[in-house]
Write a protein that binds this ligand. Structure first.
Ligand code: FAM
Length: 442
């Protein structure tokens, strides 16, 4: 059985060769025209980033090394296959796929799970930093603070300062990345304890359990099979959404300055904390609960839901959980989480889950009529929070932290690849309005 590091070491020369060929044969091939509206429009649609783990198609949604979410659900090992209990994709399996492009065997996943368990304990100083933060500080700010502070022990930063060769940069980048992914659940659990006084504050790790079974135990859900498997699925499928989204792009940008994985991922978390990106799951739930109060739960009529949607839009707000910068169809991640809800009676019968599902049928029509958004369909965040809520995790300022455990599965593998491929510092050209005008006149 291979370790993840051995599996990555096999892939690196192949990727380096592929890049060499691409440069030699196609360096000058055009990838489209850049217009002023690209510059003014958040660079939508510009093909200007290399990202190996996943590709997002506007119609069919995300694929991870060519595999759709249903494909991954078929082939990636679950907890049942490694001696635990559960049918959903293990985040460890997704991490392996994202890093190597290969489907791991259950034995390889078990080995990775054990490696993460062995590295998951937090150093004392990190616990102290978290405990010293005010409970009123947003959990995402606490998350980014703790992750940045882990750079105290970065192998990459240490190696770099000791003159590490460029060809070897990827190795300590991978060590740091695995170390960070191993510690994210304990950091998240410690924040839960600091802010809400929930969980036992010990963050104990059982080496026979997978990453999320351990995390669930830390936050007080160790006996809840439904919640544990939901968290596995949620964390596996939120892992990567190609490179241009704010969190992934931020990790890549900051990492391009050779900031170590802790600093790069801390910056990514700060981007994830924005309401148009990761904070949307927190926003959706607040909005959905207010709607439930106004129109009723699963039994609410279509008319009442429509009225509520219009009142949100007329007050100048966006409907949270709807629309997407790239997708133009319902988000397959939304579909996967909705399918999960159908498999569990406690979710099937939940009033808030039923309401969210009903809204997903009514909102596209209303948003089309409203006529602004290019995508009237639900994105992943439309569904993600109501399940947590139903399982009793009602502290919705915490929801984005769970997303933050997940996004590392995609952002950090690309950082490893960036180092292996010797990608340069990112430095696009900016223009002032005056200089643009002068340029256009030429
Ligand atoms: N409700 C109302 N209006 C919306 C809308 C929505 N859900 N989504 C987009 N619009 C508006 C948008 O505000 C813009 O209006 P203005 O021209 O007045 O500025 C117009 O429609 C065109 O926007 P777009 O081109 O369709 O979307 P963008 O690519 O600019 O933005 C989103 C994409 C996701 C930021 C946007 O759809 C949005 O604000 N959605 C609600 C928040 C949300 O759910 N975010 C989560 C995204 C998720 F996938 C994630 O990152 N986790």
């Amino acid at each position: 059985t291979k370790s993840l590091k051995e599996a990555v070491a096999e892939v690196v020369p192949e990727k380096q060769e592929q890049l060499k060929k691409l440069k030699a044969e196609h360096a000058d091939a055009p990838l489209g025209e850049i217009t002023v509206s690209h510059l003014l429009g958040g660079m939508r649609g510009l093909k200007v980033m290399l990202w190996e783990g996943s590709v997002l198609d506007s119609e069919s949604g995300i694929t991870f090394h060519g595999k759709s979410i249903p494909d991954c659900q078929k082939v990636l090992p679950n907890a049942d296959q490694i001696g635990g209990k559960g049918k959903e994709i293990l985040p460890e399996s997704m991490l392996w796929l994202l890093l190597t492009g290969k489907v791991p065997t259950p034995e390889e996943v078990k080995g990775l799970s054990q490696e993460l368990a062995a590295k998951g304990k937090l150093p004392d100083y990190i616990e102290k930093i978290i405990d010293s933060l005010p409970k009123t500080l947003h959990p995402m700010t606490q998350f980014a603070t703790a992750v940045a502070a882990l750079n105290h022990d970065s192998k990459f930063a240490q190696g770099y300062s000791q003159g590490l060769k460029k060809a070897d940069y990827w190795k300590p980048t991978l060590d740091d990345s695995i170390d960070l992914i191993a510690k994210l659940p304990a950091i998240a659990a410690r924040i839960y304890y600091n802010v809400f006084g929930l969980g036992d504050g010990k963050q104990a790790i059982d080496s026979s359990k997978d990453l999320i079974a351990n995390y669930s135990e830390m936050i007080g859900y160790g006996d809840n099979e439904g919640m544990i498997d939901y968290l596995r699925l949620y964390i596996a499928i939120h892992g990567d959404h190609e490179g241009g989204n704010v969190s992934a792009h931020t990790a890549h940008l900051v990492g391009s300055a050779l900031s170590d994985p802790y600093l790069s991922y801390s910056a990514a978390l700060l981007g994830l904390a924005g309401p148009l990106h990761g904070l949307a799951n927190q926003e959706v739930l607040g909005w959905a609960l207010a709607m439930q109060e106004a129109v009723g739960g699963g039994e609410a009529s279509e008319e009442k839901i429509k009225e509520y949607l219009w009142s949100t839009l007329k007050s100048g707000r966006v409907v949270p959980g709807y629309g997407h910068a790239v997708l133009r169809q319902p988000d397959p991640r939304f579909t996967a989480l909705s399918e999960f809800c159908k498999t569990r009676p406690e979710l099937r019968d939940s009033s808030i889950v039923q309401l969210v599902q009903k809204v997903s049928q009514v909102a596209p029509g209303v948003l089309k009529e409203h006529g602004k958004t290019k995508n009237p369909f639900p994105n992943v965040d439309a569904a993600s929070g109501c399940v947590l809520y139903q399982y009793g995790l009602t502290q919705f300022t915490y929801y984005t932290v769970i997303f933050g455990i997940s996004r590392a599965l995609g952002a950090l593998p690309q950082l490893v690849m960036d180092r292996a491929l010797g990608m340069p510092i990112e430095r696009p050209k900016s223009m002032s309005m005056d200089s643009l005008k002068a340029f256009i006149k030429k």
